[in-house]
Design a protein around this ligand. Sequence first.
Ligand SMILES: [Zn+2]
Ligand SMILES: [Zn+2]
Length: 124
Amino acid sequence: MNCFSHNAAPAVGVCKACQKAVCVECSIDTGRGLACSPACEKEVGELNLIMDKSKQIYSIGVTSKLPHTAVLMYSFFGLVFCSAAIYQYATRGRFDFISSAFGLGFLVFGMLAYIRNKRLNLNC
Ligand SMILES: [Zn+2]
Ligand SMILES: [Zn+2]
């Protein structure tokens, strides 16, 4: 494969932004991929930023054993509402439908979030 701009020169790589072959003379090494022009150099920087942000958002490469934030949040609210319902029933002998519904609903959503994140191998 030869350079896209210099047909005689052999290509040393491919521009990370536009996928055109580049020779030694016109390639710009960004440190994390080659670029063919200053415009593509900017684009490569932005692509790298997108990848870094995605890795951060989905906690890719993080080996935390802590449960996912959504699971923690749903479980917390589920337990608070269930406790309130149990407390109402134990102290006043009254079945609190609203607290029970919220409590069980949050626990079910917590379980669904746990299963979904486990299946997608997400850690956020
Ligand atoms: Zn390019
Ligand atoms: Zn070239």
